[in-house]
Design a binder for this molecule. Structure first.
Ligand SMILES: CC(C)(COP(=O)(O)OP(=O)(O)OC[C@H]1O[C@@H](n2cnc3c(N)ncnc32)[C@H](O)[C@@H]1OP(=O)(O)O)[C@@H](O)C(=O)NCCC(=O)NCCS
Length: 145
């Protein structure tokens, strides 16, 4: 297994992984093109890293570095982490988190933060096992299209 920066060639595989994560599939071609452009933007900003086994991309993590008003150091936010069902429980998620941790330390971040839906009980155990603390509730307000 290798962990490497995502490239343009990985876009289709990344989209499939995002669908596995439960992200909605685009209903129109123009929406799919928009998703692809967004992924490409993340790739350009070096915010996407993939895990690959035998030339197949089976995991992805996205990482955003953000300044916070009351901090002198950046925060790393992880919007997406997913390992394909066929390759879970093989150490791949941990390898991706380890990669994020190394980057966060290199960038002198003060912490790593992420959100995980109530239903994702197994991923909560995974994060706890890796040393993450649950410390907040997340609120959202869906807006009409
Ligand atoms: C959550 C997820 C990323 C974990 O990745 P993974 O590759 O399956 O996990 P790993 O094999 O790297 O596990 C790393 C460690 O966590 C432990 N772990 C993983 N899942 C666990 C669970 N459900 N309960 C307890 N421990 C768990 C492993 O035993 C392993 O421990 P070790 O390092 O001591 O051997 C992956 O299962 C996934 O993509 N799930 C579906 C999507 C999802 O929920 N993503 C998170 C969105 S917030």
């Amino acid at each position: 297994m290798i962990v490497r920066a995502a490239t343009k060639n990985d876009i289709d595989a990344i989209l499939l992984l995002l669908y596995e994560l439960g992200r909605p599939k685009p209903r129109t071609k123009s929406k799919k093109t928009m998703f692809e452009k967004q992924i490409l933007q993340y790739i350009k900003e070096k915010q996407l890293v993939v895990a690959q086994v035998n030339s197949e991309v089976i995991g992805v993590i996205s990482m955003i570095l953000t300044p916070r008003l009351n901090q002198t150091r950046l925060e790393m936010y992880i919007p997406e982490l997913v390992v394909s069902r066929t390759h879970q429980k093989m150490g791949i998620g941990k390898a991706l988190i380890n990669h994020a941790m190394l980057l966060a330390k290199k960038e002198n971040c003060f912490r790593i933060r992420l959100e995980s839906g109530h239903a994702r009980k197994e991923s909560h155990k995974f994060y706890s096992h890796l040393g993450f603390d649950q410390y907040a509730k997340t609120f959202k307000l869906d807006l009409e299209k």
